[in-house]
Write a protein that binds this ligand. Sequence first.
Ligand SMILES: Nc1nc2c(c(=O)[nH]1)N[C@H]1C(S)=C(S)[C@@H](COP(=O)(O)OP(=O)(O)OC[C@H]3O[C@@H](n4cnc5c(N)ncnc54)[C@H](O)[C@@H]3O)O[C@H]1N2
Ligand code: MOO
Length: 396
Amino acid sequence: MTVQPLLPVEDAFARLIALARPLPGETVALAQAAGRWAAEDIAARRTQPVTDLSAMDGYAIRFADLPGPWEVIGESAAGSRFVGDVAAGQAVRIFTGAAMPPGADCVLVQEEALRDDAWLRLAGEGPGHVGRNVRRRGLDFAEGETLIAAGERLTPARLALAGVAGLGDVPVRRRVRVAIAATGDELVAPGMPVRADQLPETNRLMIAAQLAGLPVEIVDLGILPDDPARLESAFSALDADLLVTSGGASVGDHDLVRPALEAVGARMDFWRIALRPGKPMMAGTLGDAVVIGLPGNPVSAFVTTMLFVRPAVCAMAGAADPQPPTRPAVLGEPLAANGPRTDYMRAQLVDGRVHVADTQDSSMLRTLARADCLVVRPPHAPEAAEGETVTILGLA
Ligand SMILES: Nc1nc2c(c(=O)[nH]1)N[C@H]1C(S)=C(S)[C@@H](COP(=O)(O)OP(=O)(O)OC[C@H]3O[C@@H](n4cnc5c(N)ncnc54)[C@H](O)[C@@H]3O)O[C@H]1N2
Ligand code: MOO
């Protein structure tokens, strides 16, 4: 592959998502499905509620009988319904979630009732209309209705919805096996002694932490040296759905990742994006696996993980919409015009206004650690004044 012009961010994203096809499906128990994506549409297997239920503790009555009095003829509790009909002048003691007895059409709450043995009198306004304090059959959904679409995430609420809809397990995509390798002769494991020409290695743990919460299995390939043979043997032994490397992505004599990938048969789709930080990022395939080569600068690795690796994982895990969400924010100070690359600037939101860090060097982790959002500046964006609206990506 020759050095090509820088690819616009949107094109790089579209090309990567085209490579990151959803993995095969599997069926898992609801309790194991949190955070996975539905592999198929999920339809209700029952109607909810399946019968009219009381929404309050009180008395099931006929609206036409108001203002009473009534004779209490029995009790209906959740799990043990009253058997029989409610005739004119009759009431059934009822509790929240209990089936409405046939004949009754509303519920008098107990705070508005006076009970004397079998007799009941009104002690307030009473229900205002037929159906008051009653949850009608099918209020939430009816059997056969699609409740969760393929490609939607199984959030806590959707898991509960699938459960009440009668499912015990759900069709999802298999977890994504993500192999992560750092490359560079200068790198040592964090916490180890560091000589003057060395640096603690932090990209692997940062990238893995950025993927926490997604359905992944992380395979740690360790720190690989700047040695073609060692890189090639690690890449050729790959057993993963996605390989993420960091470092060695640029144009220097020690930037060996792309040649090593190609030497073991990878087909690289693109290299170098009109993006700051993260320009030297590359992507392609190695056998059935997707490969993403990130730049080594820690902030570049962070931003490209957020913009590309996470969405690729989401897409492989079955997400219909893997794009990271952006939102508008008001600038707290002016910004200079942007150059030809989309710029993702570390920034902080203070009292609803966004403040961009003074120095944006892609080696500076302290600035990144302070930031709670990135301001997105499109290529050639003109100067922006304080108070103007810009687009941000949240980091939390
Ligand atoms: N002549 C050019 N030089 C560079 C260009 C260019 O276009 N022409 N691009 C620059 C840009 S932009 C970036 S970003 C960097 C990234 O290059 P590499 O991916 O080859 O990164 P390395 O050289 O391996 O490392 C850069 C920097 O980051 C440190 N590093 C690397 N890996 C880790 C890690 N796992 N944990 C912590 N720190 C890491 C490494 O020690 C270097 O200091 O290239 C520019 N150069
Ligand atoms: O793209 Mo590099 O990440 O600008 O430092």
